[in-house]
Design a protein around this ligand. Sequence first.
Ligand code: DX5
Ligand code: ZN
Length: 215
Amino acid sequence: MSIIMAPSLLAADFSKLDEEIQKVESAGAEYLHLDVMDGHLVPNISFGIPVIQSLRKKSQMVFDAHLMISEPHKYIEAFAKAGADIITIHVESDSNIDETLDLIHSLGKKAGLALNPDAELSRAIPYFDKIDMLLIMSVYAGFGGQKYIMDVNDKISEARRLLGPDFDIQVDGGIYLHNLHVPVSAGANVIVAGSAVFGSEDAAQAVRDFKAVTI
Ligand code: DX5
Ligand code: ZN
């Protein structure tokens, strides 16, 4: 099965984002995964709307905004205007999930829903007909460089069974070339990798290596 590669910019060198993006885009990465953290829903702060808006001019990749923020409904329009193509909110966030997913679609964007490792799949099922992508976190949202939590594999398999073969199931956190087979065999097709790509010697080669793996 062929995977969609979504390098996470969180692990990039923030002093030269333009160059970093160029490396993964030229290597064929389809999505640019943008981890937005507010220090409230998750215990860390990353970057936000103005950074995404500036990067939009530099890349044709699908901008995949992973919003780890409280009250995401307040900011959806701004992220859409900044150039996000897919906007993913957390089921743990305090917005009305139905209304926020509708809002994302009303702005012509794709909607994703994310589950932290301890959130049961049943929490996402009511929204399956309103989402374009399910994000199953394989680490607790908040930091790059964590270890893949094997317990999420059953959740991935069950999601794949329920959503069918063509639905986009994204897995995020602790994925490297050596364990890529784990989420992919379980049923994931959109792979986020931060440390494994931007933390490596050669980000472009890392993307090519991920994309060359057949499982
Ligand atoms: C964690 C973020 C991830 C993270 C992945 O909160 O959502 O996207 O950057 O980083 P690695 O691949 O380093 O685990
Ligand atoms: Zn992420």
